[in-house]
Design a protein. Structure first.
Lengths: 380, 370
């Protein structure tokens, strides 16, 4: 029997995240390990009246390209790929892999080159997404490789993933609609805050968020989801932060990262393990030393670190601060090739002050946000 | 250990069949069951300087579409697919099935609806191939499913498949070139004939081939290969033909097919099994009742029926006739969403006459022809 949670997640993505309509063209991307889920999405999209098609990639091909491809081949984006982006109404990216470390030993320079060339395509995709011309959702179908990364059995990991997406119960969409209302209210409240101060073990950091807007991540672009985020004022971050969890970038881990900020920029950085990698990333470009994102992780179904940013950044009771590019839609101005989310666990010994007032302690906001009651019309 | 024949197959497909050049956009169309061949092809295309693009879908996708899709969804043609047909320099299609009968339970009229909607795609594909703008090859990667149809173990079936491709040879390309020369001579000779008559068990069929081109098939468009075909004159086919082997199309199998032609059209079609599907296909469109191809199977490494057209139609000593679309390069003008190859074994008690003279007996062209 097929796990009913798989179909529920597929329905949730098609109906809630993408709001797929009749006649919409939707492409479903993933590796072969995600093919059963791609098929579930296909079925859901067909049921919604869309025109779905899958684009399944095969584990190992990227490694062949990185090993044998010429520079011209690494840089190549086919005209088919360019045209296809223009025709899509929606896209689902299933991030599941057969081996999360298969690229550990590839030449980092060649890998960076490939990422750089692919970015041109993803930039165009984001342009269309941000203009509302197409919808996108990124998600994960549990595989052994990700379970292994999380140090769980596949069955345990499936429980973890599906609970995080809230598809372990009926009517997941109702849950996410309620989350959306709550996160929106939280984002509205935070919009009036000028300064945040984060206090925790070896951490005392001040960020200005004056004039910036906060966005609610409520299951439209990611599943699971559950955070509110903004881009802080680029020149005002001051103080120190110690990241509880290892910071991972393209599969490489840096442990126990400590950063000191002055006038918005990292002026001192150290790590217990992976120090060189940390420094090389911070030196990537001019914007790599500036905070591009500050966010509260608010998905309390996600209660542990699993070495996957899709989940880790949303752990309920954590905050994450990314160095590198910011989000223009929140008012962020920092640009960089880097966007590296690092997570700070505030669940045991953490406080956050908003304009001097304690608003968060030990992993929770002290007050519920004031939810605007919107009178529902006929049929609700 | 990886089967060295898989790598050899990939090499032949890239270097010989499709002659991938630096900068070529190469679409590799393959289900995931073709895994090891996909990886080998990907690497060979990169080595040749091409840009490989994998086109794979999830197993079972077509079944879901055919079962649950609305008419509009069945008739939808993905613009990305059309774009591919227009722009690819090379297409390598790999058949690698996990279940050859998975679509048996589908309403044939729904399959027909989809096939008709996709006809422009197929037509463009044929046109660009005939014009030499698109080099494309179809091959098969052996799986349990096709081994099962052949009533063999996977191991035995792999031997069969790779022998048919002459891949046990150190230099399969030279072997195919030598065969190609032989086929070219035969094609030239057949090109001077006006009429063929095929006589065998339950078969007496006459076809006009005057002015048509015979095409030698030496591993460029099919792999394995081995046939010489043409498109008969559309109104000329006359008589009766009984096909020896069951014929599969779109995941269904029909056996014991007998067709009667008059003025180029099937006027009566019968099948021992699957007749409903046969009738549905004959009624697909106007061109589906006409023969778009007539061909001699010439691969002597393929000796037995294995239930897969790619091999069955090449069995040395058979002929096949395809209902539906003809290939433009043969001079055939028939258009249809159908192209269904039906094979007739001529290895015993059979003769073929060319312009009234016996030229072929019991599966062999007579000495002096070749």
């Amino acid at each position: 029997m097929i796990d009913p949670r798989i179909d529920r997640l597929a329905d949730l993505i098609v109906d809630y995240s993408l709001e797929l309509e009749e006649g919409h063209v939707v492409r479903l991307d993933g590796f072969e390990v995600a093919a059963p889920f791609a098929l579930a999405l296909y079925r859901a999209a067909l049921r919604a009246g869309g025109h779905p098609y899958t684009r399944i990639s095969f584990s190992g091909l990227l490694e062949i390209l990185l090993e044998h491809g010429s520079e011209e081949q690494l840089d190549y984006i086919s005209p088919l790929q360019w045209d296809e982006i223009e025709h899509l109404d929606a896209l689902v990216t299933i991030w599941s892999e057969a081996n999360t470390r298969s690229l550990s030993r590839v030449d980092p320079v060649r890998h960076a080159r490939l990422i750089g060339s692919q970015r041109k395509l993803s930039n165009r995709r984001w342009e269309r997404i941000s203009r509302g011309e197409m919808r996108w959702c990124g998600t994960l179908f549990p595989t052994q490789a990700h379970a292994q990364e999380a140090e769980m059995s596949l069955a345990e990991y499936e429980d973890f993933v599906f609970a995080a997406c809230h598809v372990h119960e009926d009517d997941a969409a109702a849950h996410w609609r309620a989350v959306a209302v709550e996160l929106e209210a939280r984002a509205r409240e935070l919009a009036s805050v000028r300064e945040l101060r984060i206090v925790g073990p070896d951490t005392d950091l001040r960020l200005s968020v004056d004039g910036r807007s906060w966005l609610a991540a409520d299951g439209h672009y990611n599943l699971p989801d559950g955070e509110v985020f903004t881009s802080p004022v680029e020149t005002e971050t001051e103080g120190e932060i110690r990241y509880t969890f290892p910071a991972i970038y393209h599969g490489r881990e840096v442990e126990d990262v400590r950063l000191r900020f002055e006038e918005g920029r990292v002026v001192a950085a150290e790590a217990a393990h992976g120090d060189d990698y940390l420094r090389s990333l911070l030196d990537m470009d001019d914007g790599a030393r500036t905070v591009g994102e500050v966010a509260f992780g608010l998905n309390y179904e996600i209660d542990r670190f699993t070495r996957n940013i899709l989940f880790d950044e949303k752990i309920g009771g954590t905050m994450h601060l990314a160095v590198g590019s910011g989000f223009p839609q929140t008012g962020g101005q920092n640009t960089s090739g880097l966007h590296w989310d690092m997570i700070c666990d505030l669940r045991e010994d953490g406080e956050v002050y908003a304009d001097g007032e304690l608003v968060w302690k030990d992993g929770h906001f002290l007050a519920e946000p004031a939810v605007e009651i919107v009178e529902s019309g006929v049929g609700g | 250990m990886a089967d060295p024949r898989v790598e050899r197959l990939a090499g032949v497909l890239v270097e010989y069949s499709t002659r991938v050049q630096p900068g070529d956009l190469v679409c590799i169309d393959a289900p995931l069951a073709g895994g090891p061949l996909i990886s080998a092809l990907y690497e060979k295309v990169l080595e040749a300087g091409g840009h490989p693009q994998l086109r794979a879908d999830a197993d079972g996708e077509l079944e879901v579409l055919l079962k649950h899709g609305s008419d509009a969804q069945l008739e939808w043609v993905n613009p990305a697919g059309m774009n591919e047909v227009e722009r690819a320099d090379v297409r390598i299609a790999v058949e690698a099935e996990t279940n050859t009968r998975g679509l048996t339970g589908i309403d044939p009229s729904r399959q027909a609806l989809r096939a008709r909607a996709r006809e422009p795609l197929r037509k463009r594909y044929f046109e660009r191939s005939a014009a030499g703008e698109l080099r494309s090859v179809v091959t098969l990667y052996p799986t349990h499913a096709t081994a099962q149809d052949a009533e063999m173990s996977l191991d035995q079936y792999e031997d069969f498949v790779y022998q048919a491709g002459l891949l046990d040879s150190e230099d399969p390309v030279s072997a195919w070139k030598a065969l190609g020369e032989r086929f070219a001579r035969l094609a030239e000779w057949l090109g001077g004939k006006r009429e063929l008559r095929v006589v065998g068990d339950g078969t007496d069929l006459t076809l006009g081939v005057e002015g048509r081109t015979w095409v030698p098939c030496d591993g460029h468009e099919n792999f394995p290969d081995g046939e010489v075909f043409t498109g008969p004159e559309e109104t000329s086919v006359h008589g009766t033909v009984r096909f020896t082997y069951p014929a599969s199309f779109g995941g269904r199998r029909v056996s014991g097919i007998e067709l009667e032609f008059e003025g180029g059209e099937v006027v009566r079609g019968r099948a021992e099994r699957g007749e409903e599907f046969l009738q549905e296909m004959l009624a697909l469109d106007e061109g589906a009742r006409r023969a778009g191809e007539f061909s001699f199977g010439m691969n002597d490494a393929v000796r037995e029926f294995t239930g897969h057209t790619l091999f069955d139609e090449k069995i040395g000593g058979t002929v096949h006739l395809a209902l539906g679309a003809s290939y433009p390069e043969s001079g055939g003008k028939n258009e249809s969403a159908l192209h269904w190859d039906l094979v007739c074994d001529l290895r015993t008690g059979s003769e073929v006459y060319a312009d009234g003279e016996v030229v072929y007996r019991d599966g062999r062209f007579l000495d002096g022809v070749l």
